[in-house]
Design a protein around this ligand. Sequence first.
Ligand code: SF4
Length: 392
Amino acid sequence: MLDYNRFMFTQHKAEHIYIHIPFCIRKCRYCDFHSIPHDCALEERYVRAVLNETALRKNQIGRVTTIFFGGGTPSILAPVLLTEIMHVLKQSCEIDADAEITVEANPATMHAEKSETLKTAGFNRISIGVQSVHARELATLGRMHDWNDVMETCALVRSAGFSNLSLDLMYGLPGQSVESWLHSLEHVIALNPDHISAYELTPERETPLFGQLSSGAVALPSEEAVAEMYTLADELLANNRYEHYEISNYAQPARRCRHNMAYWQRKSYIGLGAAAHSFDGHYRSANTDDIIQYMERIEQGGVPVIETIELTSLQALQETVFLGLRTADGIARSAFEPVIWQEIEKALQDDTLQGLAEITPDRLRLTSRGWLVSNQVIASILSGIEKLPHGR
Ligand code: SF4
């Protein structure tokens, strides 16, 4: 077993905390996240383990500016347990008065009392998985809620005092048309959320949906239709005052997700819980994704980390490029050695990249059209950089 306390966070402490809650009502058909069906007996034991891990790693946490409870379905936990985690975090860490504290929620798990308890516990941002407004698309995904649940949950959390609300949508779904996507977008915009995430479905192997796609039981929309859906979201959301600030994310003014921005800017963060990852600016580490093993390791006084990687300077540079180019801000010229900046300028002269990336005297960024094919653009930019000599 590795002991991350020996080498991680020795330079600077984490300002961002991620807590993984690996329980869901049942598995959605497209999901390959680390989650298991909710179990009341297990949730209490799991929360004890997370609290113990928090105590064990207290010295790695600095002044906290964001906390994100993700999953899984954090809102499935008993409110008393979510409150307890928040209480322990407040006791053991210094949390900024204006820290962004997010909880992910599934509309099928929310009710009035839970919304109020979460607000009282200190959560100030709630991220709700909507995915679609159409019952048929939700059924294909294996989601448990319908559009009425979403509207009800939004009303509940607003009346509980949540002023920062994010809604997640998905496009490129089996059976989805450009028209049905437009319908989903319009309905979500009408709820006036502060933030909207719009993710393209990526069918992952080992998921039931992948099996259905492979057997031909369901089919994805064409590439052209998916590109049209992306462009439609880009235009419609811009017309409604949402800034497209990251490939899949749109925010009203001053409502970017600060926690996710920290990931894209390679700030250090600590991940607590099974399958959670941590980054201290130099090392990346991962906790075991086996929930039982995670709890056993903590209960036996050990650490749950199963892998720690020290990044080489080339790996750090690759991360800077592919994470930074996900954002509308792009990357500052000062992040690169002059020789690397020259290589980037050279790569961008290629005819195939025209209109996909922009280079100014002090920044590099992708255009909205560039985001649509970001993997190819980033690969072209990196291929020149990777040929240069790099130290460790
Ligand atoms: S609610 Fe989210 S984490 Fe849970 S199974 Fe569905 S997609 Fe996966």
